[in-house]
Design a protein around this ligand. Structure first.
Ligand code: C2E
Ligand code: MG
Ligand code: MG
Ligand code: MG
Length: 275
């Protein structure tokens, strides 16, 4: 009621904010139907090893809006999280990603897939059960799937989230910390969580190879990962010079526009299957 009242007052005194609120409401209405109207799309972006071979891919959600065209996650994931729609949308992503893994398995291609998971999904009491059902339906081994989580997830209900992550770990899925180094007290998580991988945030890759601080941070993260026995993916690699420095520092995996932009899953599947 207070929110409604606030909205009415904004509406009366500030046309710009009124318009923003109306647009948000419209987008929220549209988002409600996006899933049932088949407007969500699975995009993939390759991850390559030090030799440049594609060893994995990150699944990225896109929304084919009827009038706005292709919408990036930054414009609708936060809204999906606030409204709870992310739960059903996230299930859809997991199902589509597992269907892709099934097709890769059938073709004998050992390419892994990572899926981003929101805190809101992870907090669902039956998240683990639903994930296992999807894996079972598609006939995919849990170890073929990586779930990317962010440090910010641990800011509230940390105990509950940590317990959930251990339950996920026991199913055999791999866990990755996304945007590593941008959150706070990252080091704590390295020893507390059953992690398989960390992703070095684009913010640190950006300054390579010239920025001394970014080089130092990247080298330190790679050293930590090595000592903890973790896989590492450097994100947002755009130039040869960045890739060269990362390889020299011993970075085992890279992802970025240099190796491939996010594209519809079918695009990469055709490429990998060789037709
Ligand atoms: P993220 O998980 O950190 O994904 C990496 C983002 O960096 C993607 O943006 C990707 O397109 C972009 N990127 C990749 N390589 C480069 C590069 O070389 N240079 C630059 N400048 N950018 C690069 P995108 O697809 O817009 O996704 C943004 C964020 O939305 C993701 O960040 C992730 O947090 C979230 N997201 C995407 N799909 C999903 C999903 O299915 N579920 C949830 N919960 N979140 C998702
Ligand atoms: Mg990610
Ligand atoms: Mg990231
Ligand atoms: Mg990000």
């Amino acid at each position: 009621a207070a929110k409604q009242q606030g909205r009415d007052r904004v509406c009366f005194f500030d046309p710009a904010m009124q318009q923003a609120a109306t647009e948000r409401l419209q987008l929220e209405n549209d988002l409600h139907d996006a899933l049932t109207r088949g407007e969500l799309e699975l995009y993939l972006q390759p991850q390559v090893d030090a030799q440049g071979r594609t060893v994995a891919a990150e699944a990225l959600m896109r929304w084919r809006h009827p009038t706005k065209g292709l919408v990036n996650p930054g414009a609708f994931i936060p809204l999906a999280e606030e409204t709870g729609l992310i739960v059903a949308m996230g299930d859809w992503m997991l199902q589509r990603a597992c269907a892709m893994l099934r097709r890769l398995d059938d073709a004998g291609l050992p390419i892994e897939i990572s899926v981003n998971v929101s805190a809101r999904q992870l907090r669902e009491a039956d998240f683990v059960a639903r994930l296992q059902r999807i894996l079972g339906e598609e006939g995919v081994f849990a170890s073929r799937l990586t779930l990317e989580i962010t440090e910010s997830m641990l800011l509230t209900d940390a105990d509950q989230v940590v317990a959930r992550l251990y339950a996920l770990h026991r199913t055999g899925v791999k866990l990755s910390i996304d945007d590593f180094g941008t959150g706070y007290s990252s080091m704590t998580y390295l020893k507390q969580l059953p992690l398989h991988e960390i992703k070095i945030d684009r913010a640190f890759v950006d300054g390579l190879p010239d920025d001394a601080n970014d080089s130092t941070i990247t080298r330190a993260i790679l050293g930590l990962a090595r000592d903890f026995g973790l896989q590492v993916v450097a994100e947002g690699v755009e130039t040869d010079a960045q890739a060269e420095r990362l390889r020299a520092l011993g970075c085992p995996r890279m992802q970025g526009y240099l190796f491939g932009r996010p594209q519809p899953a079918e695009h990469y599947l055709r490429q990998w299957l060789g037709h």
